[in-house]
Design a protein around this ligand. Structure first.
Ligand code: C5P
Length: 222
């Protein structure tokens, strides 16, 4: 192999968590570090792709050679993804918050006066499903992630069908694995027909191997 596996291809990657504001100082978030998504963007750029990374709030620096767009909320992420299309390959590695607060308080919520404020939640758009189910301008190769704590492969298969993507990279994020926020990852590549389980390795190595595989799937053999 070597560089150039994705030369001439446009790759779109989402990464990181989203933050959903409750009021001007508080938000709903999750433990995603963005490490895996950022590593994929960096590896795709190193493989010669033209890469756009849409990232939620992370403490990582922007990967070299990657056009990075920083967003905060799921709705901002979806808008940035749609603006970044067309793409040949789209990899949705972000841990998008499933819910946002129905309304964002204009002022900091006050604790004085008894009962805690009720948090009314609303469903966020599913960015992966929205793009994978587009009839026009769907990237030819759409990849999703599945963070599961049990029955990893079975749940990934269901997710593949429900979302309409071509490949799911499934990982076990039960707390004992240390995957969430950690340096290493154990993944299963799940398509409608196949399952491939990779040995535990660093997130950078997962990214390099995934990029090589995406090059093959996109019809550009290394
Ligand atoms: O449904 P679940 O969150 O488990 O699916 C995970 C996959 O879907 C990931 O690829 C994630 O980036 C994507 N996703 C998304 N928008 C959401 C929720 C999940 O793009 N609102």
């Amino acid at each position: 192999s070597g560089g150039g596996e994705l030369a001439g291809l446009r790759v779109l990657v989402t990464s990181g968590p989203t933050h959903e504001p409750i009021d001007p100082v508080r938000y709903i978030a999750n433990r995603s570090s963005g490490r895996q998504g950022h590593a994929i963007a960096a590896a795709a750029a190193a493989a010669g792709a033209e890469v756009t990374l849409v990232s939620g709030p992370v403490s990582l620096s922007d990967p070299p050679g990657v056009r990075t767009i920083r967003v905060e909320t799921a709705r901002e992420m979806l808008a940035a993804v749609e603006a970044a299309l067309p793409a040949d390959i789209a990899v949705f590695a972000a841990a998008v918050a499933d819910w946002r607060t129905e309304t964002e308080a204009g002022q900091k919520l006050k604790k004085d006066g008894g009962a805690p404020p009720p948090l009314q939640l609303a469903l966020n758009p599913d960015i992966l499903a929205t793009i994978a189910q587009r009839t026009e301008g769907r990237p030819p190769l759409v990849v999703g992630f599945a963070a599961e704590t049990e029955n990893v492969v079975e749940h990934a298969r269901q997710k593949l069908a429900r979302k309409g993507c071509d490949l799911i990279v499934a990982n076990d994020v039960s707390p004992a694995t240390g995957v969430m926020g950690g340096e290493r990852n154990t993944v299963h590549l799940v398509t409608a027909q196949t399952v491939e389980t990779w040995p535990t390795m660093g997130k950078d190595e997962v990214a390099r191997r995934l990029v090589a595989r995406l090059g093959e799937l996109a019809g550009k053999r290394p």
